[in-house]
Design a protein around this ligand. Structure first.
Ligand code: FRU
Length: 480
């Protein structure tokens, strides 16, 4: 009944949702549900959208297909709020693909606060079905960048086209999406992920003086092809530098790098604001934002404390990895909110301190010692400066280890298609494993490297800190 050929209105959804209470209750009681991460009440979740703080409340929206856990249906925006990043109130869908501008999906977008009003920008995906020879890359699709203004984050306002197909450069395909706004010196910059007609990813930049009228200004690209499409660009200033995070699709693996089908990488950008021009600085292989098996499409925002907080989708499009929960009617989650900082030229991320509220009993061990019954809810911080090798079994057969300069997350035999990921390191001095039932988030060397992966092994054997050299671990059980 629900597919990309038909619009979905709020009342269509409400009628359907009225028959889903039993399914929702069964899903809520599933032992694979997470304690302190955002998950879909029903069905499928992908990208975080519209992150914004209003007063003391954080608003988080996300791509949501409640109708089909395997994501065969249209996407809406679901809305949650939190004050503490560990308890979330699900306020339900806030944006529906119910108009001519977005009839095949309310795709990803962002929020921008200005003069007490929230400006939302998102992509209205429109697919045409009047012919059967469309390829939906060069033909048969429109992607509209839609603007809505409101003071009420539960009611997003009227939809108006801000930038549409007539505004795209001639060499760009129909794939242009995921608007994100940056303000600098009173000028607004909208970045859009794009695919050229000859299958190269880039970011289009539009400028505006009033958030209403937008003009194409320039693009951000690499000299060499790096993927066929760049999704979800996020351009922001951080510790005096301009950073672009984006998600190039279809980059071939290169050694231990880019092993997932699609990437999330970051660039330092050199800017001439007057021109304007945005050039990717430096050479070499773009660093991955997260080197795990389940990470994509992050978005960041600045909160009232001046923190730049990033939340990602703990999933990856076109991945061979499966989530067994799909058979039980749901899959995917968002990552924990992570605070970003530039340190020694590296984009570092660290779980928002609020998560530490959940730390309960603490167990301290040194190399060779064991934590009995660790369970699946824990926050383990290992100090290991100078240690030659280290190994921690975080679930039965699931191991985080460091040896010969490589840090590896090995998902063992029950990874549902997940094997392992490695990162080369000059040294390892600290390791943090944040574990929430079926989610693992590993932070290396104060967040220089992160690895996110889902794990569905329920066995959590006694956890021994195996190390060649000195090492110690502060292990906290997490609970409400
Ligand atoms: C990234 C993405 C976005 C798009 C959205 C659709 O995961 O493909 O580019 O807006 O998901 O759900």
């Amino acid at each position: 009944m629900f597919d990309q050929k038909h619009r979905v209105t709020r009342s269509d959804y409400e009628l359907w949702r009225a028959g889903q209470d039993e399914t929702a209750a069964r899903i809520a009681a599933d032992p694979d549900r997470l304690l302190f991460h955002v998950e879909p009440e029903l069905g499928w979740l992908n990208d975080p959208n519209g992150l914004v703080q209003v007063g003391d409340t954080y608003h988080i929206y996300h791509q949501y297909d409640p109708f089909d856990a395997a994501h065969g249906g249209p996407v809406l925006w679901n809305h949650l709020t939190t004050k503490d990043f560990v308890t979330y109130e699900n306020r339900g869908p806030a944006l529906f693909p119910d108009s001519d501008l977005d009839s095949s999906g309310a795709y990803s977008g962002s929020a921008f606060m200005h003069d007490g009003k929230i400006h939302y920008f998102y992509t209205g995906n429109v697919k045409h079905f009047d012919r059967d020879d469309y390829d939906y890359v060069l033909t048969g699709r429109d992607q509209n960048q839609i603007h809505m203004v409101t003071e009420n984050p539960d009611k997003l306002g009227e939809k108006h086209i801000a930038v549409g197909p007539v505004d795209y450069p001639d060499d760009i395909s129909t794939h242009v999406r995921d608007p994100k706004i940056l303000e600098h010196d009173g000028i607004y910059y909208m970045v859009l992920g794009a695919r050229t007609k000859d299958d190269r990813g880039c970011v289009l930049v539009y400028t505006s003086h009033d958030l209403e009228c937008w003009k194409y200004a320039t693009r951000i690209e690499l000299g060499e092809k790096f993927g066929f499409m760049w999704e979800c660009p996020d351009l922001f200033e951080l510790n005096g530098e301009l950073i672009l995070v984006c998600c190039p699709q279809g980059v071939p693996a290169d050694g231990w790098r880019y092993q997932n089908p699609h990437q999330c990488v970051w660039f330092r950008i050199e800017t001439d604001w007057e021109a304007p021009s945005f050039k990717i600085a430096g050479q070499g292989m773009p660093p991955m934002v997260d080197a795990g098996l389940d990470f994509y499409a992050p978005q960041s925002f600045a909160d009232a404390d001046g923190r730049r907080i990033m939340i990602g989708w703990a999933g990856c499009p076109d991945a061979t990895a499966q989530n067994p929960t799909v058979e039980r009617g749901w899959q995917c989650a968002l990552t924990v909110p992570r605070v970003l900082n530039m340190r020694d030229g590296k984009l570092c991320q660290w779980p928002a301190r609020e998560v530490e509220q959940l730390r309960k009993e603490r167990v301290s061990v040194t190399a060779g010692e064991t934590v009995g019954s660790p369970g699946r809810l824990f926050d383990a911080v290992v100090s290991c400066r100078g240690t030659k090798s280290i190994e921690l079994e975080v679930r039965e057969g699931v191991v985080v280890c460091f040896a010969n300069g490589m840090l590896t997350l090995d998902m063992g035999d029950e990874g549902y298609g997940r094997d392992k990921r490695s990162v080369e390191l000059d040294e390892l001095y600290c390791l943090r494993v944040l574990s929430d039932a079926t989610m693992l988030e590993v932070f290396v060397n104060d967040g220089e490297v992160a690895l996110t992966s889902r794990t569905y092994s329920s066995a959590a054997p006694a956890m021994q800190l195996r190390a060649e050299g000195d090492a110690s671990m502060e292990f906290y059980r997490l609970a409400r």
